[in-house]
Design a protein around this ligand. Structure first.
Ligand SMILES: Cc1ncc(COP(=O)(O)O)c(C=O)c1O
Length: 377
């Protein structure tokens, strides 16, 4: 008997069906684990999406397993096309990443130069600084945020002046950890007047959560200008942080330059089909943003009640005052079953809190009230 026939007949003889009955309808394993059900900590620490991934993406993953033996050329192209269409750019303006953090990594690596200067707001998402760590000669210029927590674009522009080589400017809009916006028109105006040695990495990880009429993506600006990269992710509104998928929109010349620093097959087939299904789901972004607003309301209410200042958020997290030692606060929250955000120096009198499900935020609110009764906050 040939090996394949043996396997088939052998399994049938054992009473096993030839094809495993995997369905998505009621499969419990496809439901996101709720922290309290599993006894884990409630995770309000990493700006994840508590809803899980869109239903169509789950089906696409299950359906895609059968093609796991094939290299993912077709699914890669299909996702690039869908992303290109969404942003109104050609397919060669799209670079896929194993999460958007890989785009940030490519962005730093593609600009490596013995005289590279890196200008970034502070505090902000740390990854660009971390990707520059192996290259200690990079001249780091962190620029404090303005009192309204927007990027200080004037000081950042000043920090680019007189650079002997290329300058990479990281713009995080909305900014992590402050959830604050920087006026897009001001960023765009700077991009348009910047000299050729100044390159911009614009991180729009929380784009979909922004509810300001004046906010928009710089995707078209990036497509027109080889000095600009816009980074986007499926980890936040699409709930796919563990699946790992992100992308860049940029000028095709720059797309080629970035791609040189990624593996040609850096995204796996299941992530690609899940991403495509997510983009095709016309309802998901609204559902996800709506749930986030509900949770935000619960948290704002308790912060108002306790008189704890917070920065109005355009994201799925909020930075709020804690009055007390931050490390102690984080540990006490952990003892109470809640994992909250890490410290973001120099804002050590604030804690970054991600929005979970409304009921998880109720539990957090109760814990805050308890901390107040004990005089800890
Ligand atoms: C501003 C910002 N950019 C990028 C990322 C990384 O996202 P990804 O999961 O796509 O790598 C995060 C994650 O928290 C973030 O806050």
């Amino acid at each position: 008997m040939k090996r394949r026939a043996f396997l088939r007949n052998g399994l049938m003889a054992l009473g096993a069906p030839a094809v495993l009955p995997v369905t998505t309808g009621d499969a419990a394993f496809l439901t996101p684990r709720q922290s309290r059900q599993s006894g884990d900590l409630i995770r309000l620490s990493s700006n994840e999406n508590p809803l899980g991934i869109p239903p169509g993406s789950k089906e696409a993953i299950v359906g895609g397993i059968g093609d796991g033996n094939r290299y993912p050329g077709n699914s890669r192209r299909a996702l690039q096309e869908a992303v290109a269409q969404r942003h109104g750019v050609p397919i060669n303006a799209v670079v896929l990443g194993n999460g958007s953090t890989e785009i940030l990594q490519m962005g730093v690596q593609a600009k490596l130069h013995p005289e590279l200067r890196l200008v970034a707001p502070a505090p902000t998402f740390e990854d660009v600084f971390e990707y520059s760590e192996p290259h200690p000669w990079i001249d780091l210029k962190p620029v404090p945020l303005l009192p309204d927590y927007a990027h200080d674009l004037t000081a950042m522009e000043e920090a680019t002046r007189g650079a002997p080589g290329p300058v990479l400017v990281y713009v995080c809009n909305p900014n992590n950890p402050t959830g604050s916006l920087t006026p897009v028109e001001d960023v765009e105006a700077w991009i348009r007047r910047a000299p050729d040695n100044v390159h911009f990495l614009v991180d729009e990880a929380y784009f979909e959560f922004v509810d300001s009429g004046s906010y928009r993506s710089l995707d078209k600006v990036a497509f027109e200008n080889p000095n600009v990269v816009v980074a986007r992710t499926f980890s936040k509104v699409y709930g796919m942080a563990g699946i790992r998928l992100g992308y860049a929109v940029t000028h095709p010349d720059n797309a080629r330059a970035l791609q040189a620093f990624a593996a040609g097959t850096n995204c796996n087939h299941l992530a690609l089909v899940a991403g495509l299904a997510a983009l095709r789901d016309g309802d998901w972004v609204g559902t996800s943003v709506g749930a986030n607003l509900e949770s935000r309301k619960v948290t704002y209410a308790v912060l108002d009640e306790l008189g704890l200042e917070y920065l109005p958020s355009h994201t799925n997290f909020v930075m709020h005052r804690i009055s007390g030692d931050l490390r102690e606060y984080i540990n006490r929250m952990r003892e109470a079953g809640i994992r909250v955000g890490r410290p973001f120096p120099p804002m050590l009198e604030f804690n970054r809190l991600s929005f979970g499900l409304p009921e998880e935020m109720e539990r957090h609110a109760e814990t805050l009230r308890d901390f107040r009764r004990r005089g800890w906050i």
